[in-house]
Design a protein around this ligand. Structure first.
Ligand code: AMP
Ligand code: GLY
Length: 425
């Protein structure tokens, strides 16, 4: 089968590698891809939301499956675009319909969905210009700290946690009246602050049944000890030690099962991944957010631990036969350490030559995130540049192997955390 994978990050390199290992993999194209995905297939210079270009490409190259890596194309309706086109209709798109993608694309939609299906999440209210004054009154009596969320996608910056009422009021005004995040903050969700430790749980689903993939924990802050600015993710581990059988059975019973049953009951078309951003509050799981795709850098530890043929899972989703599949997981621990450009997540420079990337082994892969190749030389091409994933009998060994390789790789301004997984060591 010929595949078109959309995206250019470490997640896409991990998905590309996994799919390229399948016996069912024919031609694999990645748009736009990076220097790593070019080792697994053919990069195509095409934007992930350029649907007309994607249409032509799929027809000219006999594409049999489209896999969107990030939420962008899904929230923009790539699933519906294919369904509504007679020539494309037969090509499965691994993701939800535009309506289903609102689980990620609209915080208010996700909150209402959880409320309808009794899924544990922080208490909340939603406000816009029409009930602005009510929102001000609500904020003034709210317990501290206060969590404000722009309803729509805001490049990962739409969540603000404020320690005081004054700051919350100022932020509220900025979001709704000053359109701080454009249309995305026309509606604001104000929610209760939950205290606990976060983790990421993933399922693959056809909208009726689901299979749980290995869980992961990512490290979002730029600095060691979880200090400093939020990033896309500086590293990840899998498994997550506190996600034992007892905790995961609560996650399944209280969160996963009612979510998928809710999709099915409401007739929401959903084929692909659901990423549950969860928080463990004294042993009880709560949903912080839904995403309609895999996580990055979580995919860089989840895919290496997944023993199944990913294309076989995708085919089962398309055929409505996911129920017959069994997930097989590598018992070893995986850790990934992200190498980023100096200055990230703020302004950073690109085009630094990268040297010292070792060849992949059975226990280690260096995934490319923001990289590009020119001749035989690889250059930095983004904030997050490379993700070094290692597999080992224990988390501490996996981490030390990733850190050793992170030290050997060089490019000007190379920055990384040596303490990924620290709370579990
Ligand atoms: P989100 O974009 O919804 O994932 O939010 C970004 C981050 O804000 C999350 O990963 C959490 O660390 C934090 N966060 C969001 N909602 C809450 C909440 N209700 N309580 C505590 N922390 C939260
Ligand atoms: N690592 C978090 C995300 O992909 O959203």
């Amino acid at each position: 089968m010929n595949i078109l994978l959309l995206g250019s990050g470490g997640r896409e390199h991990a998905l590309a590698l996994k799919m390229s290992q399948s016996t069912q993999c024919g031609k694999l194209f990645i748009a736009p891809g990076n220097a790593g995905t070019a080792q697994c297939g053919t990069n195509v210079n095409m934007g992930v939301s350029d649907f007309e270009k994607i249409r032509t490409f799929c027809l000219e190259n006999q594409i049999d499956l489209v896999v969107p890596g990030s939420e962008e194309a899904l929230v923009n309706g790539i699933y519906d675009f294919f369904q509504q086109d007679a020539a494309l209709k037969h090509i499965p798109v691994m993701g939800p319909s535009r309506f289903g993608a609102q689980l990620e694309g609209s915080k208010a939609f996700a909150k209402l969905f959880m409320q309808r299906h009794n899924i544990p999440t922080a208490g909340y209210r939603e406000f816009n210009a029409n009930n602005y004054d009510e929102g001000v009154a609500y904020l003034k009596q709210h317990s501290l700290p206060i969590v404000l969320k722009a309803d729509g996608l805001a490049a990962g910056k739409g969540v603000v946690i404020t320690p005081s009422h004054d700051e919350a009021l100022a932020e509220f005004e900025q979001m709704i009246r000053a359109a701080k995040f454009g249309d995305a903050s026309k509606t604001v969700v104000i929610e209760e602050f939950l205290t606990g430790i976060e983790l990421s749980v993933f399922v693959i689903t056809d909208g009726h049944t689901y299979k749980i993939l290995p869980e992961a924990k990512d490290y979002k802050r730029i600095g060691e000890g979880d200090k400093g600015l939020n990033t896309g993710g500086m590293g990840a581990v899998s498994p997550v030690p506190f996600a034992d059988a007892a905790f995961m059975s609560k996650v399944e019973e209280k969160i996963i099962r009612p979510t998928v049953a809710g999709l099915s009951k409401e007739g929401i078309v959903y084929n692909g991944f659901i990423f549950f951003g969860l928080i463990n509050v004294e042993g009880e799981p709560f949903v912080i957010e839904y995403n309609c795709r895999m996580g990055d850098p979580e995919t860089e530890v989840v895919m290496p631990r997944l023993k199944n043929d990913l294309l076989e899972l995708f085919s089962a989703v398309s055929a409505g036969q996911l129920g017959a599949q069994t997930i097989h997981t590598d018992e070893r621990a995986a850790a990934t350490v992200m190498l980023v450009s100096k200055g990230y997540p703020e302004a950073y420079e690109k085009n630094k030559a990268i040297t010292g990337i070792p060849a992949a082994t059975a226990n280690q892969v260096v995934f490319h995130a923001g990289s590009r190749q020119e001749g035989s030389q690889v250059f930095t091409n983004g904030g997050r540049v490379l993700a070094v994933t290692s597999l080992a009998e224990s988390l501490s060994v996996a981490l030390s192997h990733s850190v050793q390789t992170a030290e050997q790789i060089s490019f000007e301004g190379k920055t990384y955390r040596r303490d990924i997984g620290y709370e579990f060591l």
